[in-house]
Ligand binder design. Structure first.
Ligand code: ZN
Length: 220
C-alpha cells in the first residue's frame, strides 16, 4: 500500500470535521475550499508601507488560518498557499520592475515561546508551500507581549525596537507575515531591515484583518 493510499484509508477510518463548516469528512470540504481561493487586496499602513494580502481574515479563511496556527493543522498550508502566492505575485509586479534582482522574502520571526509550543514556523511553511524561499534574517531582540487585546497605540509600543535584522546592505526586501492587523509588527520589521541597510519595498501577508478598532479586539 502506498503512503498516499494509507493516508486516504486513514481519512476514511477517521473522518475529520471541516475547519470551515464543521462537517466531516475532510479538513477543508469541497464546499468551503473555494472560500480560500485568492482574493488579493492592498493596504497602505500609516508609515507608507504597502501590504499585499491574499485573503480577508474572516469566515472560512480565518477559521482555516486559526486551525493551522493554533491547532497545527499543517496540511491546511497547502490549501492556503495559493492565496499567499497570489499576493506575492501582486507585490512582485507592483515593486519588482524597479529592481534588477528579485526581492528577498523575510518572514516575521516566530516567537521563542510559540516555537517551543508548536515547533513549526508557520510563515516559512506557507512560503515553501507557495513555492518561495524564505530568508531567515529577522530575529526578536527582546520578548514582546501577545498583541491580542492591545489597541493600536499599545501594539506599536509593544513591538517598538523588538526586532533585529542581519546585514542587508544593497538588498531589496519584501516582508512576509500570516495576518496583518494594525501592521505594527510589519512597521517594526521594516525599521529593523532599514537599520540593517536593506530597502523594504513592501510587505505580503496571507490574510488581512478588516480594521475595527476603538475598543473592540482582533484575533490576529
Ligand atoms: Zn466545509
Amino acid at each position: 500500500m502506498t503512503h498516499a493510499s494509507l493516508a486516504e484509508a486513514g481519512a476514511l477510518a477517521f473522518p475529520v470535521p471541516c475547519v470551515g463548516c464543521g462537517e466531516p469528512p475532510r479538513m477543508l470540504c469541497e464546499r468551503c475550499r473555494p472560500e480560500v481561493c485568492p482574493a488579493p487586496s492592498l493596504r497602505e499602513l500609516d508609515a507608507g508601507l504597502r501590504v499585499w494580502s491574499g485573503l480577508p481574515f474572516s469566515g472560512v479563511p480565518a477559521r482555516a488560518i486559526r486551525a493551522l496556527k493554533a491547532d497545527l493543522r499543517t496540511p491546511l498550508a497547502r490549501a492556503l498557499a495559493p492565496a499567499l502566492a497570489c499576493a506575492l505575485d501582486e507585490a512582485w509586479v507592483a515593486t519588482g520592475g524597479a529592481h534588477a534582482r528579485p526581492p528577498l522574502l523575510l518572514p516575521i520571526p516566530t516567537s521563542r515561546a510559540s516555537w517551543r509550543r508548536r515547533g513549526v514556523r508557520v510563515v516559512e511553511l506557507l512560503l515553501r508551500r507557495a513555492g518561495a524561499r524564505p530568508c531567515r534574517a529577522l530575529r526578536h531582540a527582546r520578548r514582546v507581549a501577545d498583541q491580542r487585546g492591545l489597541d493600536r497605540a499599545d501594539r506599536g509600543n509593544n513591538v517598538a525596537h523588538s526586532m533585529r535584522c542581519a546585514e542587508m546592505r544593497g538588498a531589496t526586501v519584501l516582508l512576509v507575515d500570516d495576518v496583518v492587523t494594525t501592521g505594527a509588527t510589519l512597521v517594526e520589521a521594516s525599521r529593523a531591515v532599514t537599520a540593517a541597510g536593506g530597502l523594504v519595498v513592501g510587505a505580503v501577508t496571507l490574510a488581512s484583518t478588516p480594521l475595527v478598532f476603538g475598543g473592540s479586539r482582533s484575533d490576529a
